[in-house]
Design a protein around this ligand. Structure first.
Ligand SMILES: [Zn+2]
Length: 299
């Protein structure tokens, strides 16, 4: 009996701890679509964290607001909890971008932000504050921290006339319509030559096909300046209203920015992206690169 208990107890303890570890309450995962996300999460981190990592997840919008934001927030939080790669701080508090607070974080994720998310309408110093926070974000990344953007992060702080915000250069491009709406059948392929890149290696050089909204980007988009990882397969995707004559439709990449690191993936419009196992792995790899723990080839 004694021997049996010594076997049963550790198992019971571990079983009791698992729900806590992946954000469950009363045995059920918490958050929008958490029940769909839970079984699709990556089993483990790509790399061990060099220290306890804090990821600020920011989803403030000033314009269109995606219905998939609550699902995306749930997925990122659960991914951090399950893999231990980071603690996700879900907050739209602009105070986090002030110079006395921003350095608490290792990386910042813009999850479906739109417009100028730093602009608070009706406040007399709104423009000056936005410019200050944009500069703080630049200083943060260039000093050696990380930035990541999902989907409409490129529909954020876009160029106006001749004025190109540093943000737009950093993320590499600005939203220029989506010839492929959320109900379009699209195929996303690994960039040729990048089949073994650690962030996409799980796709084994293949592709992913699903329904998703895919962006067309305009200047300062330049796919030669980033380590392209994923690209729309135009031959295998519905097509209409294409503006780019160069047929250059990048979907995911990493790049260096000053001393820091940037990851962008244009997937994330449809809720289902956040429980697609292969997409979640790409997000995790990109986030760990941005956080400074996953040393992968970049430009
Ligand atoms: Zn969208």
């Amino acid at each position: 009996m004694k021997q049996r208990l010594s076997l049963i107890l550790p198992v019971a303890l571990v079983a009791a701890m698992i729900p806590l570890a992946i954000g469950q309450k009363d045995g059920k995962p918490q958050g929008k679509n958490a029940d769909k996300i839970a079984p699709s999460l990556p089993e483990k981190a790509f790399a061990e964290s060099k220290k306890k990592r804090k990821l600020l997840v920011f989803s403030r919008t000033n314009g269109f607001r995606h219905g998939s934001i609550p699902t995306g927030l749930t997925a990122v939080r659960m991914m951090g909890e399950k893999t231990g790669a980071f603690e996700a701080i879900l907050s739209d508090d602009l105070g986090n971008f002030e110079s006395d607070r921003i350095n608490e974080f290792d990386a910042i994720l813009f999850l479906n932000t739109t417009g100028d998310p730093f602009f608070e309408k009706g406040k007399p110093d709104a423009q000056a504050r936005s410019e200050r926070l944009q500069k703080n974000l630049q200083d943060f990344v260039k000093s050696g921290k990380g930035f990541a953007g999902f989907h409409s992060a490129t529909d954020t702080l876009k160029p106006r006339g001749d004025s190109i915000p540093e943000y737009s250069k950093m993320i590499n491009g600005a939203f220029d319509g989506h010839p492929w709406g959320g109900g379009s059948n699209v195929t996303i392929a690994v960039e040729k030559g990048q089949e073994k890149h650690p962030i996409v290696a799980h796709l084994k050089g293949g592709s992913m096909s699903f329904k998703e909204e895919i962006y067309q980007l305009r200047d300062p988009y330049d796919s030669s300046k980033v380590q392209m990882l994923l690209r729309l397969d135009l031959e295998k995707s519905d097509k209409k209203g294409l503006k780019r004559t160069d047929r250059d439709y990048g979907v995911g990449w990493v790049r260096k920015w000053g001393e820091g690191r940037v990851f962008y993936c244009s997937l994330g419009h449809n809720d289902a992206m956040y429980w697609h196992p292969d997409v979640l792995k790409i997000y995790l790899g990109g986030l760990q690169y941005a956080l400074g723990d996953f040393d992968v080839p970049s430009k």
